[in-house]
Design a protein around this ligand. Structure first.
Ligand code: DER
Length: 242
């Protein structure tokens, strides 16, 4: 489908233009459907005699279970963020990107490990399709709310504080149905709350306000973190931001 081609085009271009075979060794691999093509491309470097001498040095750091599977499926060497706390470059998807490269992430429920890796990386490159780009504010195209990872015992408290303290009228515990009865449980054994704030004019402030609530582990607002973003278009062309 053209959507998959758009994702592949963005991912391939992002890897080809940003991976420095001489300098990059510890490579973060994000989560979701676009980053599948990042892992695919990295695997191709491994199989290409021109590059394999460098690519065999790659250590790929996952951002969750699915990400780990991608690394292994593409024959790449798996490392952990505690073994490699400093990451050279990370490629990851996003749910929405605003004009200042601020992100909403967490649609796939992997935001904690994604943020742990992306903020441990010298360079964070976003790979996305055209649907993810918002001309102005976050909360414009992505209407599923800001994902928030919370400690299970604290989710009722966080829902109350979102409503009372942050005037959020619509915040819900993310359910696993139909795949699983009851709430989604993250790779870190936590819950996810999706909180709707409409258009977000000051994502940095909103992130801080949410982060301060008791029970919050991390928010899906990635502030001043991404250095550039590649958006794949249906015709196979790719737009670059940053
Ligand atoms: O949850 C996330 O932040 C993932 O990166 C995800 O949102 C990526 O979306 P995609 O499946 O459209 O690439």
């Amino acid at each position: 489908s053209t959507l998959e081609e758009a994702k592949r085009a963005a991912a391939y271009r992002a890897v080809d233009e940003n991976l420095d075979l001489q300098r990059h060794r510890v490579i973060g691999v994000g989560s979701g459907s676009t980053v599948i093509y990042v892992a695919e491309r990295l695997g191709q470097y491994l199989l290409d005699p021109k590059f394999s001498i460098f690519a065999s040095q790659f250590v790929c750091i996952p951002t969750g279970f699915q990400s780990k599977e991608l690394i292994l499926m593409n024959g790449l060497q798996l490392g952990s963020i505690d073994q490699y706390p400093t990451v050279d470059i990370v490629f990851d998807g996003a749910d929405e990107v605003d004009a200042n490269l601020q992100l909403i992430k967490g649609g796939g429920g992997c935001l904690f490990q994604e943020k742990l890796v992306s903020t441990s990386a010298a360079k964070f490159v976003v790979v996305a399709d055209y649907r993810k780009r918002s001309p102005k504010y976050l909360g414009t195209n992505w209407v599923k709310g800001v994902p928030i990872e919370v400690v299970p015992s604290g989710y009722v408290r966080v829902l109350k504080d979102l409503k009372v303290k942050l005037k959020c009228e619509n915040a819900v515990l993310r359910q696993g149905a139909p795949a699983k009865a009851g709430p989604v449980v993250t790779d870190n054994c936590n819950f996810i709350i999706d909180a709707h704030f409409g258009e977000i004019e000051d994502p940095a402030k909103l992130h801080q306000d949410i982060k301060m609530l008791v029970g919050v582990v991390e928010t899906g607002l990635f502030i001043d973190n991404a250095s550039k973003a590649y958006f794949g278009n249906p015709d196979g062309s790719v737009d670059l931001l940053g």
